[in-house]
Design a protein. Structure first.
Length: 674
């Protein structure tokens, strides 16, 4: 029994450890977008489906010996793709469709190893059931989920902060070799003559044990498993895009999702319907209300616990009901196949279909309604006040969703969604009022605003005022033509600083942002500078381009939402310096609600032997034109750093001993949480 347990434990640990390991490696290639994680999850879910289908087919159609030899041949073949380090040929050039490229990259890098890891749970459990017919096979399913949970819980605090990315891949690859050996041993152990004779002895008694599942069972399995995956991605999207897009929150929902699988399939009755129905109704109502929270944005300290607790309770309901409907062991591969199919379809809808169908994140609210309706169906045989309560929850959730949609559309003149998130353009008042401002929102984060009144619309606003760090950097070159580079377009507000003879080059990851900036805002069209734009990840573009000789390079991708870490490393600074004039200034926009970024910039500047200063500007509370900002200015020009305008507003940066130098191979977000 030990060989089966060890094989399943190692395979499940590697199966879920590889997800953050590989996602972290490819994240910089696609602009640091949270959608990279969602796309990876969809890929992993479909490979799980294919793995479970393979297990179901081989256990039912192949003789045990042929089954084991086939699997060993595939294990041996999979070793040829190690180590799991993505080939640079998959780096995007700039305008490619990202989802297909990510899926192709994953298939080429980890496709076959991940597929074989995915087959292990149901396949080895089938071998176990044949070897030990009286064993509790579903305990192995719980062990598998426990190992997966252990991998995910270990990654943020124990692996990511301490082990370089390349070393993570090499270590994982070594672990995979161990798995291949264990899996082959488990297969050949199941073929031992004594094991087969024991299985044959009980076959006549066990072959027809347990009723065959009917069509209703398959449909309910599919729905319950699908809703678990659907809500996992729905909650992940909601808390990363609409509340706080920080990478830690990618893993937290997945951990909770796995915990519910462990509790529900462990076999000790952790899920009791009578204890979970009332909490389920209350938490679904609370999450529905939280969508619009009376018209306000819910604070992150309240929202994240609410949605994570809600995901846990909902998944306990889905997986608890699923465990109560599990079939006899002889049908377990079909059961796992339907669980995997449901998970893949739920992930496919949220990760691929929803961005094409919805203009913003409606699927989370829809999921709450479906959850209540699914409860209504399952609870229909109970006393009628119970299913009636579920119907009431569904209607209330529909009302909250309609209010949420109304809040989003109120004052909105444009709304769109792409791989990189949601964009909304909204006016604060009537167009003919002089104080009306047009804003670009990315999720809940403002990415620029412009006055609509003709005499005011050329003014730089929000983070780019004359007393901000970037304003001081630009004014330093006001007596000569300026070459300005900007990573992160937003509304194009910095173009308002342009004067005749200047050249401003904007690097923007999302083509939709460029289209909105040109159509709904006039900064680019009104600028007196020559405007150039480049679509795609800025760092990849800068690595390919000849030296641009910028006087000022603005790194404007760190404002409140998820930061693209690859733009704030030692290697990134080296790329920027290649494009700078000898006295040029690199301005890092480090205004952030969740992360303390100035020490990170100070550390990489010190490592390069370049001067740096923090400029914090808190505008007059009666001046609505500008926002509070933090800018780190990095330059070799000592005279600029010592100038009176800079010295008057400079703030010293203390670098705690716990903060290490960030590189492409190592960074630690946990250490800079505020």
């Amino acid at each position: 029994m030990v060989i089966y347990a060890a094989t399943i434990f190692v395979s499940a640990f590697l199966l879920f450890l590889v997800q953050p390991v590989i996602a972290k490696q490819i994240l910089p290639w696609f602009g640091g977008s949270a959608a990279v994680w969602t796309t990876c999850l969809v890929f992993f879910q479909f490979l799980l489906l294919f793995g479970y289908a393979y297990s179901d087919f081989t256990t039912r159609r192949l003789k045990p010996r042929n089954q084991v030899w086939l699997h060993c041949a595939l294990l041996l073949t999979s070793l040829a793709v190690l180590p799991i380090i993505p080939d640079a040929v998959w780096k995007p050039a700039g305008d490619e469709e990202p989802v297909g490229r990510i899926l192709g990259l994953l298939a080429a890098t980890i496709g076959l190893p991940y597929f074989l890891l995915a087959t292990t749970g149901p396949l080895v459990q089938a071998w176990f059931a044949r070897s030990f017919p009286t064993g509790t096979v579903y305990r192995l399913f719980a062990l598998s989920n426990f190992a997966s949970l252990l991998a995910l819980m270990a990654y943020p605090p124990l692996i990511e902060p301490w082990i370089p990315t390349r070393t993570q891949s090499l270590t994982w690859s070594a672990g995979y070799v161990l798995f291949a050996v264990l899996c082959a041993l488990a297969g050949f152990f199941s073929l031992r003559a004594g094991t087969l004779r024991a299985a044959a002895t009980v076959k006549s008694e066990d072959e027809h044990a347990g009723a065959a599942p009917g069509a209703r069972h398959y449909i309910v399995w599919l729905l319950l498993a699908g809703m678990g995956s659907y809500m996992l991605l729905g909650v992940t999207n909601h808390i990363t895009q609409n509340v706080a897009s920080v990478p830690f929150l990618w893993i937290l929902p997945l951990i909770l999702y796995l915990v519910t699988f462990i509790l529900c399939f462990e076999g000790r009755g952790w899920y009791q319907r009578r204890f979970f129905l009332a909490p389920l109704a209350l938490i679904v109502l609370a999450m529905g209300w939280g969508l619009h929270a009376g018209g306000d944005i819910m604070e992150v300290t309240h929202a994240v616990p609410l949605y994570c607790a809600g995901l846990f309770v909902c998944c306990m309901f889905y997986h608890g009901e699923l465990a109560n409907l599990k079939p006899a062991p002889r049908y377990l591969t079909r059961f796992y196949l339907m669980i995997s199919l449901g998970g893949a379809l739920g992930g496919l809808f949220v990760g691929v279909v929803a961005p094409l169908v919805f203009v913003t994140y409606y699927e989370f609210g829809i999921g709450l309604i479906i959850t209540a309706l699914l409860a209504l169906y399952l609870l229909w045989p109970l006393p009628k006040w119970i299913p009636a309560s579920a119907l009431g929850v569904a209607l209330a959730s529909a009302y909250f969703l309609s209010e949420y949609i109304g809040d989003l559309k109120r004052g909105t003149i444009h709304m769109s969604r792409s791989f990189y998130g949601t964009l909304r353009v909204k006016d604060t008042g009537p167009i003919d009022e002089p104080t009306t401002v047009r804003r670009l929102m990315h999720g809940v984060i403002m990415h620029g605003e412009q006055y609509l009144e003709p005499n005011l619309r050329r003014q730089p606003t929000s983070y780019y005022g004359p007393q901000s760090g970037v304003g001081l950097a630009i004014k330093h070159y006001e007596k000569r033509p300026l070459r300005l580079g900007v990573i992160g377009l937003g509304t194009g507000t910095l173009a308002a600083w342009g004067k005749p003879g200047d050249m401003f080059r904007f690097y923007e990851l999302d083509p939709d942002v460029l289209a909105v900036a040109r159509k709904e805002f006039s900064y680019l069209g009104d600028s007196r500078a020559r405007i150039e734009t480049a679509i795609g990840d800025a760092r990849l573009n800068l690595e390919r381009e000849p030296a641009q000789r910028f006087d000022v390079l603005v790194i404007d991708a760190f404002s409140s939402d998820s930061i693209p870490v690859h733009l704030i490393t030692r290697e990134a600074l080296a790329v920027y310096m290649k494009h700078m004039q000898p006295d040029g200034i690199i301005a890092f926009h480090v205004t952030n609600r969740y992360l303390d970024l100035p020490p990170v910039v100070q550390k990489i500047a010190d490592a390069a032997g370049i001067g740096a200063v923090l400029v914090s500007h808190d505008p007059d509370e009666h001046d609505d034109r500008y926002s509070r900002t933090d800018w780190m200015l990095v330059t070799r020009d000592a005279s600029f750093l010592k100038s009176d305008p800079v010295q008057r507003v400079a703030t010293p940066v203390e670098v705690p001993a716990k903060i290490s130098l960030w590189t492409d191979n190592f960074n630690n977000l946990l250490r800079i949480l505020k």
